[in-house]
Each structure stands twice: as C-alpha cells, then as structure tokens.
Design a protein. Sequence first.
Length: 346
Amino acid sequence: MTEPDQIEVVAPNLKRRLSGVTATVVRLIPVQAQMIGIRATGPGLPPELPHIPLSRAATLPRDRWRVWHARRNTEMLLGLVFRHLLRRRYRLLFTSAAQRHHTGFTKWLIRQQDALIATSPKAASYLERDATVILHGVDTQVFHPTADKRALRQQLGLDPDAVLIGCFGRVRAQKGVDLLVETALTLFHAHPKAQLIFTGRITRDNQEFVDDLQKQIDAAGLTDRIHFLGELPWADVVRHYQALDLFVAPARWEGFGLTPLEAMACGVPVVASRVGAFETLIRNGETGSLVATDEQDALTEAVRHWLDDPVAREAAGRAALAHVTQNHAIEGEARAIVNVYRKLLA
C-alpha cells in the first residue's frame, strides 16, 4: 500500500466509461508519477494506473496539504465535501476544456477552487477567473507511426491497399459523423480505393442516427467501404490510428479535441473543423486542413484534395509527426501541470 506521505496529488475520475476526460487521466498520470506523488481515484481505470480507493482519498491524514485535481463538476463537488465536511487538507484545482458559458452551479463550483487550468485560451475566456492555459499533449511513446502499415492492416482485417480515412470518438451528430458520411458518399465512387472507418461507442440515443446513416451507405452501394467498428480496446484504437492515411475530425462542437494530435503523432495528416483547439493544433495546408464548422462543401473539398494528391498527403503526414514531436509531447503538458501542483503545495 502506498504510504500517505508519498501522496501529494489525488486525481479523481468519477465516470466508469471511457471518455475524453478519463483518457486524459489515464495518459497523464504515469508521466506525472515520475515527477510527483500522484494517485488516481474512482472507477473505470486500468489496474496498472497508480491508484487509491475513494474511501482512502476521503481519509488521508490531515498532517499536510494535498492537491485534489478535478476535471468534472461531480469531482469539484466531492473535493468540497472532502475539504469542508470531512476536514481533509486538499487544495482544490479544476481543469476546464469547455468553450461555452457555464451554468450558475458550475460557476459557483469554480469560485470555490484554489486554482484553475484551461486547456485552451478560449476555454480560459469562459472561466471569469485567472487560469493557467496548458494545452494537451500526446504520448509519443504510445502514438507513433507503424513500421509496416500493410502488415498492420492485415492484422486488423483492413484492406492493405485502401486509402484509409478514419474518424474516432463517440458516434453522434456533435462529432459531425453525418457530414463525413456525406463526403464519402460524394467522393468514393470517383476514388475506388478510398475507405472510411469510424471507431467509438454508439449510445442508445444515437442508434437511430447511425441506423439512418447506414441506410444511406447501403443505398449508395458503399457498405463494404464505410464501416462503424464500435468501441474498441484502447490498444486497438492506437493500432487503427497507425493504419490510417488520413484522419478527419468534422466536429460541430468540441471542448479541446485530442484525436487530431493522436493521429498526427502516428504520422497521419488531419482535416478538421475550426472548433475546440483544432486551430491551435493543426497547421493549415502543412499538417492537414482546417475547414469552416458545419460546412459540407468545404469538408468535401478538403478531403478530395488529400485523396487526389498522395505525395502531398505523405508529406503532410511527415510534417504532422514532426509538429507533434516538437510542440505537443505529453511530457511538456505533464511538467506544466506539476508546476501548478507545486505552487499550490508551496
């Protein structure tokens, strides 16, 4: 069992299913654990992650201050319970990715925090308090190009000769999935090698949305070239990134949006809408393309460009890899967050 005096930071995760926030906790903590005594707490986390039960987080000795690093409203609220009702000595920190006006309750929770982090300048602008802006990074030890894309595709049951486009994340209208399907319906008959895969969970309330898209795909005769693969194990998601030729993120709304970084770290150029932090992450024309949000024609033309020019596509993939390696490695994000922890503990 970890000794209490080794625990300086507790990072809660109060959601059992995989989400973008959960993925952030999972990828950051092993890197941060090399810099500071940090433990996750809560359900749905991989067993190898440094972790303590919630009951232990609620009963840590009151002999020193520790940081409670929340990323959700429920986690901010629990931190307040631990500090004020259970009298635990927690400094309260909240990271916000939201690029929208907060509800009155969220604003109240934010006012109770000792410090704030925002994942982009735009997210910071909605907090109405000073915040440290720290962009997300990506673990280049996990996300990197594969040595043999054809062999990998064969292992995954994908066409080794396809020009493979991917879009990863929960399958719903917010992610612009319907826009990308429409782009494929427009372009694929003139690009016989092009194929499209979606990975990500389809919730019950989005099943009708997906069923309608599947009917359009079937009617267009593209059933064998556009696939919804469902929710995959994390290791398989990484391998599917590595198998791609082009990644598309046509979201209508996004908090930050990590998937383009993950794709670029695998040497894959990205077409993305101008939402979230995408404009900060993607160099238009160099590592991919940025298009206006919810603009079908612009999205289709951008995808057409990269399908038509394989030399430019491969060059953009190399540029994307170099860009992420130089500017968005996870170690930089981890160090910046640990600096905030140390200021709170000083």
